[in-house]
Design a protein around this ligand. Structure first.
Ligand code: PEP
Ligand code: MG
Length: 589
């Protein structure tokens, strides 16, 4: 029977595929399709791993001291029994033979099936045996480590069978990033909000995704057919043929809309009344520059460098590695302006869990209010300067703007500039060439808006991070689906702060006597439904995922800023939901 599940839409489009259920702990194993004809070899790998685990358990049992409690030996017997159970042996081999999953993937897929049947048992003793199965599977995964790659998500290969969609309770931004070259045609998670970093990465993949679907990973079973409607945040499990047909038609239609938008790639982004608008790209990795260029972006408005620091087994990227990455972005963008943000580690973007660097620092109760972004960088000046030196060196290769996240205090501002000076001096002392940079502040804390005169005096540009500005203004955790209904970019308080920032930045001159450039790089900039409002508020620079750029450009081309300005002011004057809705409707008309 077909079931509907509602969640939060984060990435547009629809997709239909078979569910691959994963829990985040198990995302760490390799998921790839084996070559046709190699199925038996893969089954042999599994067989060898089972033999190794059996030998391991025998040794363990044989080495039990005479005075060991008898339950211990019985416990090992249970594990040996499970190892020989056809649910683990034969059925896992079935995933390999029929689906051509690699052995690790087959094991975790089968574990999900077994775990589900344990969860449904009435007998609590039997239910608890699930943990034993998990332990046996962990041992098997460990044994497979000796016979092939365990951590090879990056090697995900294209499926030639049914399309696959990933269903998980949660996916970290780092794990999501590993699926960039992946086989998944859609994503579903139980938790998360529209602007959580996981959702942002999903959006950058430009495939349908729904987060905050609460019970999805419990209700959806391994291998179920599901429709992901990324426009409406809807999942349909086991869709009827009529529903499937309906979605196939919608998929075709949205494909046509995208094709039509592609015609705008080379059209200058200019409004009807001749206002030039800068449309920039947000990227997570240097490889994303290709998508940025293909979308016709005028440059990079936000490179979230923290993603270079994730998915690493041990050390953080050193100066040369960072320099190479930044230089590559500048070279690929061929003279277009590139804004690189210093790391925004913390909150929902901790460093890789396997990384022991400053281990345990992210277990605080309120990580979004804790050691995050510039606070994190300033708490480790040596590490911060590694990044600053790499950036200054890269600036030789093109026009570089350095962006500092989450500033709020004059002290942070002074320390940042002092570290920048020190980094320059260190490069001079080492005889390393470096280039001129512009330095900008992210405005993403309401306190920073109220301190704008200070920011406008000291920086070359400001970039408004609306994702965090909404979060901190309304005290809504952007990654928490239980309060996602209260996360509202159109809340009058948010619009006041936004309008105030844009208005104050216009016409402002910094201490060098230069105008201060202002842009928005949060998700609001990439929402075509908000383009008119932002243009009416005076914004002329938008930074977003390349996938959103042409839809926003279409809005720009249809806009008349002279007409929109008073209409946007009328929106800003409204505080009651009904009258604000009327003012917004007038703006959209
Ligand atoms: C923002 O907060 O709007 C922003 C662009 O930064 P991030 O989403 O990486 O926190
Ligand atoms: Mg932010």
């Amino acid at each position: 029977m077909s079931v509907q599940i509602f969640g939060i839409p984060v990435s547009r489009g629809v997709t239909v595929g078979r569910a691959v259920l994963l829990t985040s702990a198990r995302l760490d194993v390799a998921h790839y399709f084996i070559e046709p004809g190699t199925e038996e070899r893969e089954v042999d790998r599994l067989r060898a791993a089972r033999a190794a685990v059996r030998a391991e358990l025998d040794t363990l049992q044989g080495e039990l001291p005479d005075d060991a409690p008898p339950e211990l030996s019985a416990f090992i017997d249970v594990h040996k029994m499970l190892l020989d159970d056809p649910h683990i042996g034969r059925e896992t081999a079935g995933w390999i033979r029929q689906r051509r999953y690699n052995a690790e993937w087959a094991l975790t897929a089968q574990l999900e099936v077994i775990a589900r049947s344990f969860d449904e048992m009435d007998d609590s003793y039997l239910r608890e045996r699930k943990a034993d199965v998990e332990q046996v599977v962990e041992r098997l995964l460990y044994a497979l480590l000796g016979s092939g790659p365990l951590r090879a998500n990056a090697a995900l290969r294209g499926a030639n069978g049914d399309p696959l969609v990933l269903v998980a309770h949660d996916i970290s931004p780092a794990d999501m990033l590993q699926f960039k070259q992946g086989v998944f045609g859609g994503f579903v998670t139980d938790v998360g909000g529209k602007t959580s970093h996981t959702a942002i990465v999903a959006r950058s993949l430009d495939i349908p995704a729904v987060v905050g679907a609460r019970e999805a990973s419990r209700l959806i079973r391994q291998d179920d057919w599901i429709v992901i409607d990324g426009d409406n945040g809807l999942l349909i499990v086991d869709p009827s043929p009529i529903i499937l047909e309906d979605y196939r038609v919608r998929k075709q239609e949205s494909g046509l809309v995208r094709e039509r938008l592609k015609r705008l790639v080379h059209t200058p982004a200019r409004t009807l009344d001749g206002q030039a608008v800068e449309l920039l790209a947000n990227i997570e990795l240097p490889d994303d520059c290709d998508a940025a260029l293909a979308s016709g972006a005028a440059g990079v408005g936000l490179f979230r460098t923290e993603f270079l620091f994730m998915n690493r087994a041990t050390a953080l990227p050193d100066e040369d590695e960072q320099y190479a990455a930044y230089r590559r972005v500048l070279e690929t963008m061929r003279g277009r302006p590139v804004t690189i943000r210093t790391i925004d580690i913390g909150a929902d973007k901790p460093l890789d869990a396997t990384d022991d660097y400053r281990d345990g620092e992210f277990t605080h109760l309120n990580p979004a209010l804790g050691l995050r972004a510039i606070r994190y960088s300033l708490s480790d000046p040596a590490m911060f300067r590694v990044q600053l030196r790499a950036l200054l060196r890269a600036a030789v290769s093109g026009p570089l703007r350095i962006l500092i996240p989450m500033l709020a205090h004059a002290g942070e501002l002074r320390q940042t500039f002092a570290q920048l000076e020190l980094a320059r001096a260190e490069l001079d002392a080492a005889g390393q060439p470096h280039g001129a940079v512009e330095v900008g502040a992210m405005i993403e804390v309401p306190g920073a808006v109220l301190m704008l005169p200070l920011f406008l005096r000291h920086f070359d540009f400001i970039s408004i991070g609306t994702n965090d500005l909404v979060q901190y203004t309304l005290a809504i955790d952007r990654a928490d689906e239980s309060v996602a209904n209260l996360y509202d970019p159109l809340h009058p308080a948010v619009l006041q702060l936004l309008g105030q920032t844009i208005a104050q930045a216009h016409g402002a001159e910094n201490w060098k006597g230069r105008p201060v450039h202002v842009s928005v790089c949060g998700e609001m900039a990439g929402d075509p439904q908000l383009t008119r409002l932002l243009l009416g508020m005076g914004l002329r620079s938008f930074s977003m995922h390349p996938a959103q750029l042409l839809a926003v450009k279409q809005e720009v081309l249809r806009a008349d800023c002279a007409r929109l300005a008073p209409l946007a002011q009328a929106v800003l004057a409204e505080y009651e939901p009904e009258s604000q809705a009327r003012a917004l409707a007038a703006l959209a008309a």
